[in-house]
Structure formats: structure tokens, C-alpha cells
Design a protein around this ligand. Structure first.
Ligand SMILES: Nc1ncnc2c1ncn2[C@@H]1O[C@H](COP(=O)(O)OP(=O)(O)OP(=O)(O)O)[C@@H](O)[C@H]1O
Length: 227
């Protein structure tokens, strides 16, 4: 059984028949924390999208959470996504329902049964992100940082082995960004691997981890080459 939650070997990351990154080879171990950096347009989001099978892996080898990416049939994509938590910069909560209903929506969509179990899970993840009192509030009544916590709670519902985060602190002020990083650290310490795309170099300095850099069509790895 593999201990790596991501393995890519000589992968090409494509957008509309254009190679964005080539020769991408890296693995991420279970429970690891890694940043993904690079200038605007350098391919961070495209790489993350490939990892959650929003973009197909057309060339090279790769597995995520044990699912082989090349030729992953569309019917298998929901099973892969269930093993992943995905967090974006824009909160994307359903605005017409409460926090708890947002979370129940995902549990229902991912096949959870039993009202009591579902309510317990909602309560557990909200406690994990420090927002148990917000269950019955509407998302737009929460601050940006609180909304991002709900998104993180939503990502944790199915106990993912890997959290993919694309600029999760992009719209947040430094103090709130810091609290999101501390939450990520707790999630990571509990065993979930995290790959986080960011432009925020202050966070990289304050919370140092391995760094993958998208540069000139390649992916550089801080653990393999001096930057
Ligand atoms: N939907 C799309 N269709 C075609 N090309 C795209 C699409 N999305 C991104 N691209 C192109 O792919 C390249 C990589 O974009 P990507 O969004 O992965 O970069 P990024 O590093 O995440 O940038 P940012 O930091 O601005 O989010 C860019 O040249 C971009 O123009």
C-alpha cells in the first residue's frame, strides 16, 4: 500500500491543448504539508485541477489518494473527490441556506445515511473549525474568515487524506490568514496531507514547509534543488 497521497511522474499539465507544466515529477507523503507557489499564470491552479481530476492527465503517470489519474473514468471522479478536501479562495457556499444546511448538502450528495449521524458529523466539523455556534446562521452573515472556516469544515466532512487549497487566504487580512494557517496546522497534525497554493510569502516564512514552485513551465521542488 502506498504511503504517498500524490505521485506524479513525468506528467504534463495541460490547458486547452497547451502544456502549462512539463516533466512534473513529485510525490507527497501521507500527512505532509507543502506549499505551491509561482507567478500568476505559472500553472498552480492547473496543477491542482489535474490532481482533483478537473483537468485530465493526458501524458505521464500519476495517482492521487490511490486513484490512477490517467484514464480515470468520469464515473470514478466522485470517489476520488470524496477522498479529497478542496478549498478555494472564493468561498462558494450556497447563499440560500444555513451553514449546517450547506454541510448537510454535501453529506447527502456523498451518500451519508441517518439523520443523527449526519447531524453529529456536521457538529463535529464545525467544532473542529471553532464555529459550532454558527450552525444556524446564513453564510452572508459571517465574516470572510468565518466563511472560509465553514468551507474548510465542508472540505473535512469525509475525512479526506489530502486537502488541496488554492489561495485559501487570498481574500483575508493578515490576522485572519494567520488563524486559517493555525487551523490548517491542526488539520495537518491530525494526519491530513495539505497542498496549498499561495502568493503569501509571509506565511511561507512564518510556517515553513516544503515548497513546490511553478517556474518557466517546470515544477521545482525545495527538497530537491536549491532555490
Ligand atoms: N480555463 C482555461 N482555459 C485555457 N487556458 C487556461 C484556463 N485556465 C488557465 N489557463 C492558462 O493556463 C496557464 C496557467 O494558469 P493557472 O490558472 O494554472 O495559473 P496560476 O499559477 O494558478 O495563476 P494565479 O496565481 O493567477 O491563480 C495560464 O497561461 C492561463 O492563461
Amino acid at each position: 500500500m502506498t504511503e504517498n497521497v500524490i505521485e506524479l511522474h513525468d506528467a504534463t499539465i495541460m490547458q486547452e491543448q497547451q502544456a502549462v507544466l512539463q516533466g512534473v515529477t513529485f510525490s507527497l507523503e501521507k500527512g505532509a504539508f507543502c506549499y505551491l507557489v509561482g507567478r500568476t499564470g505559472s500553472g498552480k491552479s492547473s496543477l491542482l485541477k489535474t490532481l482533483y481530476a478537473d483537468l485530465p492527465l493526458q501524458s505521464g503517470m500519476g495517482t492521487v489518494a490511490g486513484f490512477p489519474l490517467p484514464k480515470l473514468p468520469a464515473t470514478k471522479v466522485p470517489y476520488l473527490r470524496r477522498r479529497l478536501g478542496i478549498v478555494f479562495q472564493d468561498f462558494q457556499l450556497l447563499s440560500d441556506r444555513t451553514v449546517a444546511e450547506n454541510l448537510l448538502f454535501v453529506l447527502n450528495a456523498t451518500g451519508w445515511k441517518g439523520k443523527a449521524q449526519k447531524q453529529q458529523r456536521v457538529s463535529d466539523v464545525l467544532t473542529q473549525v471553532g464555529l459550532n455556534s454558527a450552525a444556524n446562521r446564513m453564510p452572508h452573515r459571517l465574516s470572510g474568515g468565518e466563511q472560509q472556516r465553514v468551507v474548510i469544515a465542508r472540505a473535512m466532512l469525509n475525512e479526506p487524506v489530502l486537502l488541496l487549497a488554492d489561495e485559501p487566504t487570498g481574500n483575508l487580512d493578515p490576522e485572519v490568514s494567520d488563524s486559517i494557517m493555525r487551523l490548517f496546522a491542526e488539520i495537518n497534525n491530525a494526519g491530513t496531507a495539505i497542498l496549498m497554493a499561495t502568493h503569501n510569502f509571509q506565511l511561507l516564512e512564518k510556517y515553513p514547509h516544503r515548497v513546490l514552485t511553478c517556474k518557466d513551465g517546470e515544477l521545482l521542488d525545495s527538497t530537491r534543488q536549491p532555490q
